[in-house]
Design a protein around this ligand. Structure first.
Ligand code: NAD
Length: 473
């Protein structure tokens, strides 16, 4: 470790009260001031005096800068406070602290790897999610960078390539997609296509020798999911399903508290994820492309997040599906799906998803002695967590505030880390397959108007990979 304090060489006098070396020679001061023409007008003696409670600021606090026009403006001489710069590039710089522990501790300073050490991503499909979230998030990634694009629209791809600095030779069409195998700057392919295309592009991507990050839902059937898992195994490539909630701090906090039985055992979950759509021509409303309606697109968050928080697998589902027959949006896919899941420990989850109401995304996990409620639970931003418990004669309800993270950047950097460290990802293909099996049981239950049983899985977190290093529970 080396210490950054560029003023040390210039210090010459010791503070009489503290014994601290906190003034500087004229030579040192001029070195520190660099090219700035700073005239010391005042403040020097005040700044160098100790107040008896510790060292004073070790440089003059005020000076004067003379502009080329002849005007003088007040300024301060440059100074670098002490900072720890670890020799290991993966460790963050530690700056001089100034806040008291009465306030929330700041997270470590961002610690991006140099561009040539990051994992290169090929983004496949330049639609809403890629352009609105993933590409902007790559700009704030620390271990990941965009290295290639794949699109059927040369015009759109050219513009996006210019905006994000992707070389023309790293832009591919769906026909030239397999040529990604010859691009050594791409280690990961991120599939951001309609659901019906996830299987094909995952399999072709693995065959091209790349690790795969695939958007949710993993595919449109459990047979497709299995084929994706098999293809990645055969090609010895990693496969991660983009369950961003697994890397989102509020949801992780709830999981941690539930796993620790902080307020007793969990007993009941109430979860819904609803939004409104309007374009019947969009692939989300075409069954062959989307696989279903609200359930696989957004209801999946209630399903997967409930499983994630509880760490258990449901043994039975009971469901109801409805579409307004007059509404052209829902000719092929369901408008609303409501379902219950029974878990081996006796927990019941009540879930619902809707494609035709105003945004509502929330859950409450009720435990023996309290509850956790997460507003905007599945949204990109805006999570609000409230907890409740009895405390003698009062009920204590608390808002828990956590520094939010860009969920897409966190997810991509996590997968990049898996690739760098050759670690299996947490959000596996098997996890995606399990969701698909449960969704198939939900549709079966609605169709047959009866509860549908699922195999008993006793192992906790049965389908997930090793916990990310910073995940406690
Ligand atoms: P979108 O319609 O905005 O984009 C899809 C893109 O795929 C299109 O722009 C087009 O470039 C490409 N494409 C190629 N062939 C196509 C075809 N036959 N029909 C339509 N588009 C075709 O969709 P989106 O919202 O970006 O969703 C893409 C994927 O990402 C889906 O699997 C979706 O479930 C998932 N998604 C995940 C999240 C999340 O939070 N993780 C959020 C939104 C979407």
């Amino acid at each position: 470790m080396s210490s950054l304090n560029e003023m040390n060489d210039g210090r010459s006098e010791q503070d009489s009260a503290t014994g601290q070396d906190n003034t500087m020679s004229r030579k040192g001061f001029l070195q520190a001031a660099g090219v700035m023409a700073v005239g010391i007008a005042g403040g020097l003696s005040a700044a160098c005096q100790s107040n008896g409670r510790g060292p004073s600021y070790p440089v003059p606090t005020t000076g004067t800068y003379k502009a080329p026009s002849g005007q003088s403006v007040p300024t301060s001489p440059p100074y670098s406070p002490p900072a720890e710069v670890p020799g290991d590039i993966t460790k963050p710089i530690e700056l001089e602290a100034w806040k008291s522990d009465a306030d929330r501790k700041s997270p470590p300073v961002p610690n991006p790897l140099p561009a040539d050490q990051r994992i290169g991503y090929a983004i496949v499909g330049l639609g809403h999610l890629s352009l609105e979230e993933i590409l902007p998030a790559l700009n704030s990634c620390k271990k990941s960078k965009v290295a290639a694009l794949v699109s059927g629209s040369p015009e759109k791809m050219k513009r996006v390539a210019q905006q994000y600095g992707v070389k023309p030779e790293s832009c591919y069409s769906y026909a030239t997609y397999d040529k990604l195998k010859d691009n050594p700057e791409v280690q990961v392919i991120y599939i951001v296509l309609p659901n019906s295309m996830h299987a094909e592009y995952t399999i072709r991507g693995a065959q091209a020798g790349k690790d795969i990050l695939c958007e949710k839902p993993m595919a449109n059937s459990s047979a497709e999911c299995q084929a994706m898992i098999d293809a990645c195994k055969k090609a010895n490539r990693k496969l991660m399903i983009a369950y961003r909630i697994h890397y989102e701090p509020f949801n992780r906090y709830v999981r941690e508290k539930i796993q620790a039985n902080e307020y007793g055992k969990p007993k009941f979950v109430d979860a819904f994820n609803c939004q409104s759509s309007a374009n019947p021509k969009h692939w989300r409303h075409i069954k062959a492309l989307a696989g279903g309606g609200a359930l696989p697109d957004i209801g999946l968050y209630c399903l997967n997040t409930t499983r994630f928080i509880l760490g258990e697998e449901p043994t039975e589902v009971s469901a109801y599906v409805y579409s307004d027959p007059e509404n052209p949006l829902f000719k092929e896919v369901e408008e609303v799906c409501s379902w219950q899941m029974r878990f081996p420990s006796g927990i019941i989850a009540n879930c619902a998803t809707h494609y035709n109401v105003h945004d509502s995304r929330k859950y409450r996990v009720m435990t023996e002695r309290g509850w956790y409620e997460l507003e905007n639970a599945y949204a990109y931003t805006g999570q609000k967590l409230m907890t409740s418990r009895a405390d003698g004669e009062i009920v204590r309800q608390e808002n828990v505030s956590i520094t939010p993270k860009d969920q897409f950047a966190a997810e991509m950097d996590y997968f990049s880390d898996c690739v760098m460290q050759d670690r299996a990802p947490y959000s596996t293909g098997e996890e995606g397959l399990q969701d698909q099996r449960i969704m198939e049981a939900i549709y079966q239950s609605a169709r047959e108007k009866r509860p549908v049983k699922l195999p008993l899985i006793e192992k906790k977190d049965a389908f997930r990979g090793p916990k990310p290093p910073e995940m406690q529970a």
